[in-house]
Design a protein. Structure first.
Length: 144
């Protein structure tokens, strides 16, 4: 599936809420949801994936492979390094913020608890990255 947004989130309630917000505010937006860091990397490395997502919404606290490790791998790979990564987390830890930006995150968002604020944050972030941001050209890699 060609996705505009790759949503890397293990919490089903947060996924449901994000999907409802995106469906309402950006009905043409295609979202691929994966449940952990391993699934995210497998999706992006998939042989059938011809077009990379325009943005990745990445939770930090993930099973199997946490968000920091995913971010480290994404930003060190020529194929994925230019995909904007928006870290979306409940962590207010200064160390997490520093680590994410050091590893190349494009944005660090603390998930709001209030529904209205969450709605505004998700729709605003998606609209910015999908409608207003001028993305870097995708690298050309050989497909064997």
């Amino acid at each position: 599936m060609k996705a505009d947004i790759l949503l890397v989130e293990d919490n089903a309630d947060e996924v449901d809420l994000a999907m409802r917000v995106l469906a309402k505010e950006l009905p043409r937006c295609r979202v691929m949801r994966v449940r952990d860091g391993v699934e995210a990397l497998e999706y992006l490395a998939g042989e059938k994936l011809k077009v990379l997502p325009k943005v990745i919404f990445l939770d930090l606290k993930l099973p199997r492979l946490n968000g920091l490790e995913v971010l480290r791998i994404l930003k060190s790979d020529l194929k994925t390094r230019n995909i904007p990564v928006v870290v979306m987390t409940s962590s207010l830890e200064q160390r997490d913020v520093i680590d994410c930006y050091t590893l190349g995150a494009n944005s660090y968002i603390v998930k709001p608890i209030d529904f209205r604020e969450y709605f505004l944050v998700i729709s605003g972030i998606a609209r910015y990255w999908l409608a207003f941001n001028q993305p870097a050209p995708q690298p050309v890699w050989s497909v064997a």
